[in-house]
Design a protein around this ligand. Structure first.
Ligand SMILES: CNc1ccc(C(=O)O)c(C(=O)O)c1
Length: 456
């Protein structure tokens, strides 16, 4: 049945991927029942007796956020991890001043134009710890009528005293999710996050079946080069990704809500570097000569003007899909890869997309070799750019996401079934946020959304 009485039932139904979309005001109930969640569900008492939490994000409306916690939890310690400085930081401290349980942690942004874009909740309960990695800012309009992605971890039980090791990571999963999350938190070099690192270490993460894909600002060299951004994706896919032979003519899919400056032509960054990571696979992977990458090999999803105009929010949705007009004119090649936003299977064709998702799709659009949901938009700042003859990866922003590989959920499974029509028994069905097959743009730049900022 698609009727669930409690969110616990919704969560059980979401097993084993636990990948959901945020509830949308104004669409039929059935699309807000199954595989849908709102922030109050995540913070509800039924999820556990909260001890303390941490909210990593780009935008925090603190009074609004406090109202999303149930009354019983509003006085529990809350750490807000942000990237604000100067006036933004002052405003945040003023807003936090009224809530004695709230402390702030300013993530250092050493790279120009970098942002603290990561969106994650760490929730400590009396009986365990939960990680939520998502794509929504902590402001009301991000949770109202947009399409946002949310991954809710299993409840990670607390380790017994004796199970703790003084060095190294115990009770990790085969995806090394715990090791990678600890390393991500360490990179902030913040005292308040040292505490949270210890909390992570004290819990049993063996049930985590996703890979952590994160970005940390900086110039990463040697082993660190493959710990972050698109090079982490390249490393995982080349070791544990699909067989090269199976995915030879499959398409990389990128879906995002903002676009950076990607260079003068596609052979440089988009297809010459970033796509090489997304098309990585096990075995002899044909290094795509980036000039012969066709629009078959790479399909990008970005809302058209019509998508925005007819969205539930109307034109103001454009404020969250910034695409700078000067930028767009410098990279007209980008628009040849673009496809419309369509999500009728999830009842969200009119819920403007703010999630970011990536996948590798079969030519018949019925199978996926992997799926990723992340805060990372289609930009060098988010995914990183190789420099100095590919000896270092330069990243500007903090980002965080999770990667789903079929064999981690069923060792005999090499592909996800993603077709709504053929829900075959032999394949695991993965709930995509957007409709397949994808629909290409009919025109070029004129249909590309320019944020309202460029209109006014
Ligand atoms: C420069 N600041 C941002 C640019 C893009 C986005 C996005 O996610 O589309 C966000 C955000 O919403 O976190 C912030």
């Amino acid at each position: 049945s698609d009727r669930y009485d409690t969110f616990q039932e919704v969560l059980q139904d979401a097993d084993p991927f636990n990948f959901m979309l945020t509830k949308v005001r104004g669409i039929p109930d059935k699309f807000n029942n199954k595989l849908a969640v709102n922030i109050k569900d995540i913070l509800a008492v039924s999820m556990g007796n909260l001890v303390e939490s941490a909210q990593f994000n780009y935008m925090h409306d603190i009074p609004w956020l406090m109202q999303q916690y149930p009354p019983e939890h509003r006085s529990k310690p809350l750490l807000i991890v942000h990237g604000e400085d100067r006036q933004g930081k002052i405003s945040l401290h003023e807003a936090a001043h009224n809530f004695p349980n709230v402390t702030l942690c300013q993530a250092k942004l050493d790279m120009l134009y970098g942002t603290h874009h990561s969106k994650m909740m760490l929730l400590i309960y009396t009986n365990g710890l939960r990680v939520v990695i998502h794509t929504a800012n902590l402001v009301e309009q991000d949770w109202d009528q947009k399409t946002q992605g949310v991954w809710i971890s299993p409840l990670f039980p607390k380790l017994e005293e004796g199970e703790l090791s003084l060095d190294g990571i115990t009770a990790d999963s085969v995806t090394h999710f715990k090791r990678d999350l600890v390393e991500y938190l360490s990179m902030y070099k913040s005292i308040s996050l040292m505490r949270w690192k210890k909390h992570i270490l004290q819990h049993d993460f063996t049930s985590a079946r996703v890979f952590l894909i994160a970005s940390i600002p900086g110039r990463h060299t040697n082993d660190a080069k493959s710990k972050w951004g698109h090079m982490k994706v390249r490393k995982i896919l080349s070791k544990q990704g699909p067989d090269s032979a199976m995915v030879r003519n499959w398409s990389a899919i990128g879906q995002f809500s903002s676009v950076g400056s990607l260079g003068a032509d596609q052979t440089k960054y988009l297809c010459g570097e970033w796509l090489q990571s997304m098309l990585s696979s096990r075995g002899v992977s044909t290094q795509y000569a980036s000039r012969d990458v066709s629009t078959k090999t790479l399909k990008l999803i970005f809302p058209t003007i019509d998508n925005v105009r007819t969205s539930l929010e109307g034109y103001k949705a454009g404020a969250s899909i910034p695409y700078n007009i000067q930028n767009a004119r410098r990279q007209e090649y980008f628009h040849t890869f673009l496809h419309k936003w369509k999500a009728s299977n999830r009842g969200r064709s009119r819920a403007s997309p703010h999630l970011k998702s990536y996948s590798l799709l079969s030519p018949d659009s019925k199978k996926a070799a992997w799926f990723m949901v992340t805060s990372a938009n289609m930009s060098k700042a988010a995914w990183g750019m190789l420099e100095k003859n590919s000896s270092q990866l330069m990243i500007r922003s903090y980002e965080i996401g999770v990667l789903f590989l079929p064999h981690l959920f069923d060792e005999n499974c090499k592909q996800f079934s993603v077709s709504e029509e053929e829900k075959s028994e032999s394949y695991l069905h993965f709930p995509l946020p957007w409709d397949v097959p994808l629909e290409p743009y009919t025109k070029t730049v004129s249909s590309v959304v320019f944020s309202l900022k460029n209109k006014i």
